[in-house]
Design a protein. Sequence first.
Length: 537
Amino acid sequence: NGTLDLSGTLPKSPVRPLRLALPRLPSGVSSVAYGSALPPALVVRPKASLVLVGTLAAHRVLAALEDPARPVAGHPRLELVVLRAADVAGLLSVLHAKLDSTGTVVLLASGSKVPLRPLQSALATRLLHAAGVRFVDQTPIQPPVATSPVLTTEPVVPAPPASIVPAYARVSQAPDGRVLALDAGGTPVGRAEYIGGTSPWSWLGKGGLDYALRELADAIGLRIGVAYLHPEVPGMLSTERREFNLGVVPDVDWRYIEPSQGHVIFDNPPAYVHPDREVAEIQSANQRVRGMHLLWYQAYPDWLLQGTWTADVLEQILVGHINGVVAHYRGRVGEWTVVNEFMPLASWHSDLLQQVLGPGYVDLAYQTAREADPAATLLYNSYDNETAAGAWTAVTHEIVRRLQGKGLLDGVGLQMHLDGANPPGKTDVIATMQSYGVPVYVTEFDVNLRNVTGTQDQRLAVQARIYEDMLDAALKSGVCASFTVYGIGDAVSWIETTPSYPFYSPIADPTPFDDNLRPKPAYFALRAVLKAKAGLT
């Protein structure tokens, strides 16, 4: 209901996005006068639409927001924002497009709706974020300061290096979202992969034209994880960065963090343990961080086991330990397995905390962790609890029920170290996952081939089917939040390097990558399941 003057918003230098609630603009007052007073945040709520109207001048794009749910003076709210054309150039290669909160694109020229496959929807989300618009609970929000674009074909993606892509004619974006280098005939000869962090883009040759596991997992809302076990192995870190969107730090066991009472070390303690360094590495790869384990009866420090403690003193020690570790990583470690493998004292093991404090020490541990970092996801973790008749399924159910009733538990971890000759059934696994009533996290997956006979190709085919079946079961359960393999590289697998483990074997070959970190049939089985879930062939 007033004069709208956009000329002042198009200087030669990049401009901050400008938000204008048009029905409230007084007559005769230009938008420039309101630029510094209005918050530069474009908020797109469900049922609203962000419309890229067209180009203006100096490579600027005028976008409009239609929001019928928040009318002003009886009219649908209309807000405008000016963006750099380069920031949104890759948005499905269409400037005149409307993106709504259901993941549907409306082409203004024809008015026809084009439903997006999951990966395309994830791509569109990333492109909008690149332009300064991001989704939060399916609601795009423009941050106060727009960041540089992170997924456009030009100019942000660096040119392919000749050492990786020897000859290419152009860089283009495929309909499914991949950024490809094409030769003169249009054949893909390389792909640009976005991970994030300080060096977000990397180019891959022909062998990397397909999606990494983490890209597919991102598209379907799954965390695909790996335990950071042997960073010293050449190619280990780069493979973990490329393939996974969750990293597990297995070196926060009490015996490592506090080798002598009161001597707490978070980096460069004895042996190979470097949790601070591992957390930083995982964060730099733009991966979520999980710490395991705060309490595990097999990882109590010697000074604790050899001491004589009253219940009050031991309780203070327990609380101090959990407080110290969780507070140290608050805001950096998003998930914790607080207690691992709780077993009643009648079983074969010995648990000092349970002997002195009783089974209630579990509840105390979760209460302490919750208070130390209320935002962290707290998990209970155990093994042989993925089937109804599992040795520790009933105990897991009891702990989950008790802790959930107190609001202290966010999910249950199933280790799933499987025997390739005797895998669980899919139907049983699905039903058991659903029976817990909380989100399920597959935390330490591998498949031991020591009892599988046949040629190596036949053994690997058996393993691939188990990987495929178990990931498919996890997804079909509807309750699985993440699927984590316990390290990669068969030669450095814990099963092949721990002779004291009852199921140790030098021919276990349990991971999805071989001795030289080359992907095995199990890897391709995982990728096939994720691609099918994402609606890709």
